[in-house]
Design a protein around this ligand. Structure first.
Ligand code: AMP
Length: 191
């Protein structure tokens, strides 16, 4: 199965991707993880994107295209994948379609984990206070939210217009959200 997971920062997208990987045995491709890894290793890519990611801005589309094209070209994605954190702009969605068309493996389903953004901000602000994090963290989150609304929300419409989008409520426990996603994917939920 070739799955794109969409959702605002803090929607539980990364958590659900991890749970889905366990259930479906598909490779988890998280562009955030790939970038953080490059930053940690101090590669050329890492050095180029560090400041951008720290501010909660988006890495330029052409940089992301190279990264994703390379990753999707590897053998382990032949049986499907769970893409998390990409595409984040309309241009990325178009590039992804082109890459997958070349590979003969188009996106089969896009799942949007739907959460109230005000709720997320409140939750993270509270957590920031409780854990004594700097105000910067809240500021960065707010910026990421703004970027999400402006740049990434239209990506959901892009998949909706192709009949590939399903929205799943992101409220409740992580298991509840997982069950909703599995039922969209028509994967048996009995263990
Ligand atoms: P994430 O872990 O998916 O929230 O990503 C962490 C950060 O990496 C984001 O705030 C962006 O700065 C950057 N990033 C991850 N994926 C992308 C993408 N598809 N396009 C641009 N920047 C990205």
């Amino acid at each position: 199965m070739r799955i794109v997971l969409l959702g605002a920062p803090g929607s539980g997208k990364g958590t659900q991707a991890t749970l889905l990987v366990e259930r479906l045995g598909l490779p988890h491709i998280s562009t955030g993880v790939l970038l953080r890894d490059a930053i940690k290793r101090g590669t050329k890519l890492g050095l180029a994107v560090r400041e951008i990611t720290e501010k909660g801005e988006l890495v330029p589309d052409d940089v992301m295209s190279d990264l994703v094209r390379e990753r999707l070209g590897r053998d382990d994605v032949a049986g499907g994948f769970i893409l998390d954190g990409y595409p984040r702009t309309l241009e990325q969605a178009e590039v992804l379609d082109a890459i997958l068309e070349d590979l003969g493996r188009p996106v089969e389903v896009a799942i949007l984990i739907d959460v109230d953004t005000d709720q997320i901000i409140k939750r993270i602000e509270l957590r920031a206070q409780e854990e004594g994090r700097s105000d910067d963290t809240v500021e960065v989150l707010r910026n990421r939210m703004r970027v999400y609304q402006e740049k990434t929300a239209p990506v959901a419409d892009y998949y909706a217009s192709r009949g590939l989008l399903t929205q799943v409520m992101g409220t409740g426990s992580r298991e509840e959200v997982l069950e909703r996603i599995l039922s969209v994917l028509q994967v048996g939920t009995a263990s």
